[in-house]
Ligand binder design. Structure first.
Ligand code: PLP
Length: 832
């Protein structure tokens, strides 16, 4: 083609950029509604209007997406990939409007059409592709990477069913499947042209290649296709749109044919299910093992598809020259879930791309980085060797080879220390050998990080001590963060507006600017406005959460909130013991200087976690008894918030006065719920655990209600822990336990709380609930007294927001980039 012709063709392929004014948006909505969705404008249904608006915004995103890809391609340079089994995204509409800078234009357009934005927003199903903090962190990180214009791609799974929906019947949790894609999902783009093939099963065979090298073939496999669905991730008002690529499993066509020839057409089509099952459902366990074969399939499916995708792009431009691969690519593993990527990259480089083992290993161990998320031993993933051998025989061989070479290194470093070799082996010996996935991740990575200062220190001193002694330089900390766009600008428009008036709008991309609110804590007029806004948020919560409608309390009460996954280590039980104590005080007439209090608790229990489900039942039974008693009207009310999820948190965190962060010290790796509450002006009552420690450092001890044993004290007192003695010596706790033991809250359901009672009295209670009861009650008394001093409470509230700057995920990502990824930011090119 001549240059002129090429120019002409190119010109013909560029479209004029789409308008961003209210009329342009209104036109977009009308067009999508009638042409794309085929609906009649005289007949408006909220769901189709939501879809039309989403598509209108997606059009604007699409242009920026393309130009971002172009800019990254032209800039060249290093890329990072965030591999995560979970992305807990929530809703996308409001976030897209905010980050595109279109909130006002859309509101105006809808107003002109006689529609209400907030009604359409409610039509969107949460994308609940995660359990809790770990998955939400991945979503906040994607937002920050795009906002910082870093070339980072997320890789995850497109589960057909996300986190289950929770309802409460008779006080018990009931799980319902979350078929979130049923009404379509406008925020994704199928990319069948980038489909890759993932292998399972079969056998391996050694052979000598023509150049005389020993090689391995993986044969007779059952293959599954991985089809990518791309979700755009817009940066905040910067023209950048990054990509989250989610894989869906699909059957290959060839086995249909095979079976068809055998005359079993229907059966063979039905067997497609086995392949497509891989991405059917998210495992609903948070911080505990999922020891199921299907889960290992999911992990390998994610790792293999994502690595093949990256290698395919590499080979397309560089051929089989991998000499610069590790300099230009890095993979961040979100917990051990995707850590089989270490072995899979070795397999791809050695078996598929003909690299020598040592060359491949040098690449692998310089481009993988691992983030640990928990110290709980039950969450450390291990897979039985026999299962591995059957499902992924070639990967198991590679892991054995990595381990043999690694243990050789350990033996050189500590000659004769056989205990240490057994301790550090990637293969755990026992009746059934197990693959320790965390150790595979450490051995195969150049960086290992924890997610808060305390957690990273505990990893180095405890769980990973041997590895720290071998490779201290690998270990580092990256304290978690949250995106200020969703968790303040979007979820709390009233407070955002007030903050804008006071200090300008720059905090959205530089959260440390919130420190300029500090002097305003001394400004009585500002405090008054702060209080008014927060009160409106509390009223909004009471209105939006219909289950709170029957509570005998108003927005004046102390909103005492604990929402997070239900888990013994998070100690919702300690919270409810305190509620029972308060109720007991009312019964005793001990109510001088009473602070009206509304205790709100929410969260999902893993469906197989019996104790967590009993705790939900206890909360609901206590709520039922307390709430109807006239003594508690206007004084104490308890609400369980069902189906806790991202969109629920967006109305809950702006309405909390007191943020409950009461885990047993040393057990919560970081927490991020604690940061969302702080940012929105709640004061924390908490233990010295996870990021609570850093929160307290930032805001000052006088603006934080501290209680409980430290992590060191917990470990030191474990051996002599005697909860029965503690109960006997504490009249308040003894009365609470007595009420539980006489079945006060389960009069027609005898025995249902026996397990809970036994756990509190168990000297081996890992969570040591009784040990912290007294100091928790004291801290709660201080908090209640402080709340009665309205002016001072408001001061504390402002100071909490003002000190939250450090907990922006922009800061976290900047640190990942500075210390681990080393990417250059790449500015977007203007569209059109
Ligand atoms: C932030 C968040 C979490 C994490 O909360 P923690 O209190 O840190 O455990 C879990 N689930 C949802 C929906 C969240 O938004």
């Amino acid at each position: 083609m001549t240059t002129r012709k090429a120019d002409k063709a190119k010109k013909g392929s560029t479209l004029p950029s789409l308008g961003l004014g209210p009329e342009d948006i209104a036109t977009g909505i009308r067009q999508h509604y009638s042409y794309n969705l085929g609906r009649d404008l005289s007949h408006v249904t909220p769901h189709y209007l939501y879809t039309a608006l989403a598509l209108t915004l997606r059009d604007r995103i699409m242009e920026r997406w393309r130009s971002t890809k172009q800019a990254y391609k032209e800039a060249g340079g290093k890329r990072a990939y965030y591999l995560s089994m979970e992305f807990l995204i929530g809703r996308s509409l409001g976030n897209a409007m905010l980050n595109l800078g279109l909130t006002d234009a859309v509101s105006q357009a809808l107003f002109d059409m006689g529609l209400k934005l907030e009604e359409l927003v409610e039509e969107e199903q949460d994308a609940g592709l995660g359990n809790g903090g770990l998955g939400r962190l991945a979503a906040c990180f994607m937002d920050s990477c795009a906002t910082l214009q870093l070339p980072v791609t997320g890789y995850g799974l497109r589960y057909e069913y996300g986190m289950f929906r929770q309802s409460i019947a008779d006080g018990y949790q009931v799980e319902e499947p979350d078929h979130w894609l049923r009404n379509g999902h406008p925020w994704e783009l199928e990319r069948p042209e980038w489909t890759v093939r993932v292998r399972f099963g079969g056998r391996t065979e050694f052979f000598r290649s023509r150049d005389g090298r020993d090689r391995v073939r993986w044969l007779d496999t059952n293959d599954v296709l991985a089809v990518p669905y791309d979700v755009p991730v817009p940066g905040y008002k910067n023209g950048t749109v990054n990509t989250l690529r989610l894989w869906k499993a699909a059957a290959t066509d060839e086995f249909d044919l095979r079976e068809f020839n055998a005359g079993d057409y229907a059966d063979s089509v039905a067997s497609k299910n086995a392949a497509e099952n891989i991405t059917m459902v998210l495992y609903p366990n948070d911080a505990s093992e999922n020891g199921k074969e299907l889960r290992l399939r999911q992990q390998y499916f994610l790792a293999s598809a994502s690595l093949q995708d990256v290698l395919n792009r590499w080979v397309a431009t560089r051929g089989n020259d991998f000499s610069r691969f590790a300099e230009e690519n890095c993979f961040q593993l979100n917990d051990t879930h995707p850590s089989i990527a270490v072995a899979e990259l070795m397999r791809l480089l050695v078996d598929e791309h003909d690299l020598a083992w040592n060359t491949a290993w040098d690449i692998t161990r310089t481009c993988m980085a691992y983030t640990n998320h928990t110290l709980l031993p039950e969450a450390l993933e291990r897979w039985p060797v026999p299962l591995f051998r059957q499902l992924l025989p070639r990967l198991l061989q590679i892991i054995f080879e990595i381990n043999a070479r690694f243990l050789g290194r350990v033996a050189t470093h500590w000659p004769g220390d056989t205990d240490r070799i057994a301790r550090m082996s990637i293969i755990e010996e026992g009746p059934v050998q197990q693959v320790r996935m965390a150790y595979l991740a450490i051995v195969g990575s150049y960086s290992v990080n924890g997610v808060a200062e305390l957690h990273s220190n505990l990893l180095q001193q405890g769980l990973f001590r041997d590895f720290y002694e071998l490779w201290p330089e690998k270990f580092n900390n990256k304290t978690n963060g949250i995106t200020p766009r969703r968790w303040l600008a979007r979820c709390n428009p009233a407070l955002s507006g007030l903050i804008d008036e006071a200090i300008g709008e720059g905090w959205r991309t530089d959260l440390s600017q919130l420190s300029r609110l500090k002097p305003l804590a001394e400004d009585a007029a500002f405090r008054e406005r702060w209080r008014t806004v927060r009160r409106l948020n509390k009223e909004r919560l009471l209105v939006l959460k219909s289950e709170l409608g029957g509570l005998h309390l108003g927005a004046d009460a102390l909103f005492d909130v604990q929402v997070k996954r239900i888990h013994e280590y998070k100690r919702q039980l300690l919270n409810i013991l305190h509620v029972i104590h308060l109720y007991d005080r009312l019964k005793r007439g001990d109510m001088a200087d009473w602070t009206p209090r509304c205790v709100l608790i929410g969260g999902k229990a893993a469906p197989g976690y019996v104790m967590a489900k009993q705790i939900i039942k206890l909360i609901n039974n206590v709520a039922q008894m307390v709430n109807v008693d006239p003594l508690s009207h206007g004084r104490l009310q308890v609400g369980f918030l069902p189906n806790y999820r991202v969109s629920a948190m967006q109305v809950i965190c702006p309405a909390a006065d007191l943020s409950e962060q009461i885990s047993t010290a040393g057990k919560e790796a970081s927490g991020t719920g604690n940061m969302k509450f702080m940012l929105n002006g709640a004061v924390t009552i908490g233990t010295l655990d996870g990021a609570n420690i850093e929160i307290r450092e930032e805001v000052g001890a006088e603006n934080f209600f501290l209680f409980g044993l430290t992590a060191d004290q917990v470990e030191a007192q474990r051996a002599t822990y005697d909860p029965e003695a503690i109960i006997a010596a504490d009249e308040d706790l003894a009365r609470v336990m007595h009420l539980l033991e006489i079945g006060y809250f389960n009069q027609f359901e005898p025995g249902i709380f026996d397990g809970i009672i036994a756990s509190v009295k168990n000297p081996h209670d890992p969570w040591m609930t009784a040990a912290d009861f007294r100091s928790y009650v004291e801290a709660q008394r201080q908090a209640a007294a402080a709340f009665r001093d309205e002016e001072n409470w408001t001061r504390m509230s402002i100071l909490n927001s003002a000190a939250a700057g450090r907990f922006s995920s922009d800061r976290t990502i900047a640190e990942y980039n500075r210390d681990i990824w080393h990417l250059d930011p790449i500015p977007a090119k203007p569209v059109g």
